[in-house]
Design a protein around this ligand. Structure first.
Ligand SMILES: [Ca+2]
Ligand SMILES: [Ca+2]
Ligand SMILES: [Zn+2]
Length: 509
């Protein structure tokens, strides 16, 4: 073998080794596609919504994203005005340096009760996507925002269509439709929400459930957050399987993103009716759980007459954040959380711009029921963003769950739970006083963590003379009656689940 041949041989071996140590799973390159479209329907059966509505006027100074709408002619001027308001509302809630391009059509829908449909352009494996989220479709507007550049310049990011023959549109911008009409701004806001990525790929055909878009069959990022009632991620079920179909029509599917959960006061419920509804099932929040006109009602699959929701709501904002969006203040989390400072619990929450909340109540769970806590509630600013703190003082050791109840001027109420918080005692300790004692003495048991304790008294020979506490939840106090006992030295002993301690006590006469 010549030196040159040997060199080539070594080089070839090196290349072979390099190629062998690369991960075996082939990582796909950047690919493009379209997500399925949703279907938003008018609910003519439901009574008109008049009493509750969620309205938050956008603050036009705080746009953190720009939209470019490509109207397909003809698109009437009054519908364009509604479109512009919906775009303004979103532009103040999400952050992107890359303009979001929407193709918008005003055309007859396939069925008379369809209000609108939308579908996001989707991209997988774009530059900068985290390694664990490769082979996953993202809305192209989100991919652009994360990449900081237009990843797919030749196509719009969102394609949306609105029913030109729908007879009952309300074109006004004031979120105050007459009881027989449907608010177009609300409908456009909803469709753009799908376009920003609130849409899944799961479907049921016959008795088989499946996911995947394109020839690659990748799931979308939304799919990754869906779980069954028992906490099993839907993507852990077999694709093209009966169990997946069963889950999708079970009435019990949840979005398990941490921010959406924190905002929703629990796992947000995904629409999963017993009969699969193409375009409605899976890609919406539950119609019943988030009632018409309430704070989280925007991403439900049907709208009622007179209903106007001009805000994505806390759950939708949280879901967008979970899927990778950076949000601006108007879409910030309320982020209700509980912390501990000694024996005090510190409850904090954040209200975004134009929250509309004017009053609130802090509640604490006691025996499974939430009761108002007697504490001064801060004065809320319904317009400006702000962080609020409530201190609940001098709690004994234990686990506490708090709930924040916020009220809007128009009667809308929003309830959100904080994660349970554990308050610890100073230490596990047994104290008897006075000591020496003549009549009665107080026996006090402090615990670091809640536990059952028993307290018994023994004489100097080790004979049991009294049981003061028997499996009583600590911290606890008891009285040691010394009058019935002869003078002398006794031993008071506490037995807890995690500690025990003995103290000598002298009884005098
Ligand atoms: Ca783009
Ligand atoms: Ca609804
Ligand atoms: Zn929809």
């Amino acid at each position: 073998m010549s030196r040159l041949t040997r060199l080539f041989y070594l080089l070839a071996c090196g290349l072979l080794i390099v190629s062998l140590v690369r991960p075996a799973a082939a990582q796909g390159g950047t690919v493009f596609g379209w997500a399925p479209a949703d279907t938003l329907r008018a609910d003519f059966e439901a009574p008109p919504v008049r009493s509750v509505r969620t309205v938050r006027e956008p603050r036009r100074s705080a746009a953190s994203a720009t939209f470019e709408v490509q109207y397909v002619e003809p698109f009437p001027a009054e519908a364009r005005a509604a479109f512009q308001l919906a775009v303004d509302i979103w532009s103040e809630r999400i952050e992107s340096a890359v303009p979001i391009v929407i193709r918008a059509e005003w055309e007859p829908a396939a069925e008379a009760d369809i209000l609108g449909t939308a579908s996001p352009r989707v991209i997988a494996n774009f530059a900068g996507v985290p390694p664990d989220l490769r082979d996953t479709w993202f809305a192209s507007a989100l991919a652009d925002a994360r990449a900081g550049q237009d990843v797919d310049p030749g196509n719009p990011d969102i394609s949306a269509s609105f029913n030109s023959t729908f007879p009952s549109w309300y074109f006004g911008l004031d979120a105050n439709p007459p009881s027989g009409e449907f608010d177009l701004v609300t409908v456009i806001l909803h469709e753009l929400g799908h376009g920003l990525g609130f849409i899944g790929s799961m479907t049921v055909e016959g008795e088989v459930g499946s996911w995947g878009i394109g020839s690659q069959g990748y799931p979308v990022i939304y799919d990754r957050f869906a779980e069954r009632g028992d906490g099993t991620p839907l993507l852990d079920l077999n694709n093209f399987s009966v169990p997946l179909a069963d889950a999708l029509v079970s009435g019990s599917i949840f979005f398990n993103g941490s921010t959406a959960q924190a905002q929703g006061g629990g796992r947000p419920e995904i629409y999963a009716p017993a009969a699969w509804q193409p375009g409605s099932s899976f890609s919406h929040l539950d119609e019943q759980a988030y009632a018409a006109g309430t704070l989280n009602g925007l991403m439900t699959p049907r709208f009622s007459r007179g209903e106007a929701i001009h805000d994505p709501g806390p759950i939708m904002c949280g879901a967008l954040r979970d899927m990778g969006w950076n949000l601006s203040a108007a879409c910030e989390a309320i982020a209700f959380s509980a912390g501990v400072d000694g024996r005090d619990v510190i409850l904090t929450f954040f209200l975004p711009d134009d929250s509309g909340f004017v009053s609130g109540v802090m509640e604490r769970e006691e025996d499974g029921v939430f009761q108002p806590v007697n504490v001064t509630f801060p004065t809320l600013d319904p317009v400006a963003a702000g962080t609020y703190t409530v201190r609940i003082g001098e709690l004994g050791p234990g686990t506490y769950t708090f709930r924040l109840r916020l009220q809007n001027t128009d009667g809308t109420e929003f309830v959100i739970d904080a994660a349970p918080v554990q308050v610890f005692g100073a230490a596990n300790a047994l104290d008897v006083f006075p000591n020496p004692m003549i009549g009665d003495a107080t026996v006090r048991v402090d615990v670091r963590e809640v536990q059952d304790v028993s307290v018994r008294v023994y004489d100097a020979r080790g004979r049991l003379v009294a049981t003061l506490l028997e499996d009583t939840q600590g911290p606890a106090t008891a009285t040691l009656n010394g009058r019935g006992l002869a003078a002398g030295v006794y031993f008071v002993r506490v037995e807890g689940e995690s500690f025990s301690e003995t103290k000598a006590v002298t009884i005098l006469r």
